[in-house]
Design a protein around this ligand. Sequence first.
Ligand code: FDA
Length: 504
Amino acid sequence: DGGGHVPAVVIGTGYGAAVAALRLGEAGVETLMLEMGQQWDKPGADGRIFSGMLKPDERSSWFKKRTEAPLGSFLWLDLVNRDITPYAGVLDRVNYDQMSVYVGRGVGGGSLVNGGMAVTPKRSYFEEVLPQVDAAEMYDRYFPRANSTLRVNHIDTKWFEDTEWYKFARVSRDQAGKAGLGTTFVPNVYDWDYMRREAAGEVPKSALATEVIYGNNHGKMSLDKTYLAAALGTGKVTIRTLHKVKAIRRQNDGSYVLSVEETDAYGKTLAAKEISCGHLFLGAGSLGTTELLLRARETGALPDLSSEIGKGWGPNGNVMTARANHMWNPTGAKQSSIPALGIDDWNNPAAPVFAEIAPMPAGLETWVSLYLAITKNPERGTFVYDAAADRADLRWTRDQNAPAVAAAKSLFDRVNKANGTIYRYDLFGTRLKAFADDFCYHPLGGTVLGKATDLYGRVSGYENLYVTDGSLIPGSIGVNPFVTITALAERNVERVIQQDIKKK
Ligand code: FDA
């Protein structure tokens, strides 16, 4: 337990990491997963694993003195956030100078905190973003494999039309329709059948009790219930929690050595370990993987890493916005926390937008329609290593989000015009603001496929070193990204196991 050698290490336990671990385990490779967050399977004193959204406690946030919810205000008042004890909670907000990025921490990574929207990208856009990847192979083989292993399922549309819990989505759909915009149902990894039983009062409520960004106590098939459970089931995979990888170096025999810090849940250091491995897979997410590789390059530990590491980062064009509805058009005091519909205007060449119709489950009527717009913003950021702070800084300016805001505005101006409504200006901080352009949920890139790595995620300059997560995707994918991250990891890991591991 104090260190030692293992054949393969996977850093992180998010989507890309989980795919790598499962397929390595199935191939009979002893694999150790190192995760800086906790395993979320033990109830606290209140009998619940996660704290809710409306009264978050320390379990909600990753080492914060106060929660940092994306919708921090209502009528410009900071009503939502709460003071808490710094703790290894489930949702982190990584604050860079002009962009904040939300990420999940714990066994399952982002799957613990996300909305579960499981969207396969439009094939034409996938081909535009990743032209070197064989799209036929992806759409025939790896997207179906990802969807089935993630247990993606579809809402019963008849129930959707009837239930009070999706009134907010039907109101937004009707208003989009008046502006000539179409909507589409969005598959999810939340068990829709469980949600129907929540609505019927048969099972404990989770999505229908406002749970999502601070974790779902029921209903959601996060990675710990799918890929990671299967990985552990191979008998070859071990997960160590509260283990943060600090640095990577390489020994003369070609093996990698990781410097790892083990802490308790309040951040007290318990041990510093050195773990060595033959094959190393980085699945620490766009921010985590890029930072580890940048540090290795800039400190001289892995000097042959590509100058491309750190480049090609983007927030998937994320912009959040909200509209105020007329008093006679309420969105409902009861709202499921899991989105079910998206406004699909991606084929509009002037301003492609895919906007998820997001709930605002406040437990009371707000007349708000909320959206997370995914736009096609061509701007990219770059990570640079700050030696004094020993961390990666993101070079990204607020005005780089102007194209994303312009696209979202062009769509929602049309919706407002058709319905005689206006934006809400009070939800995104204490000043007048209709578009949240300073945070994102979908960090992508930093170690881009075919640039910092080969076409299968093998890191350029080194053998037996792989990237398997969202950092491979160059900044944009046009829809919520985890299905793409999963499918791409399936494709890459299959090749790596065949060529680099089994043949040796
Ligand atoms: P991911 O971030 O999932 O996992 C990385 C893991 O590595 C984390 O567990 C982290 O703790 C760990 N780690 C990092 N550095 C480490 C280190 N040095 N040592 C050890 N461990 C380390 N997407 C979608 O498709 N549909 C949706 O509905 C949503 N909704 C959504 C809502 C919210 C609130 C958020 C924050 C995000 C979403 N997303 C989403 C985005 C989605 O969750 C995200 O794209 C994926 O989780 C990214 O998967 P990765 O495998 O890249 O890393």
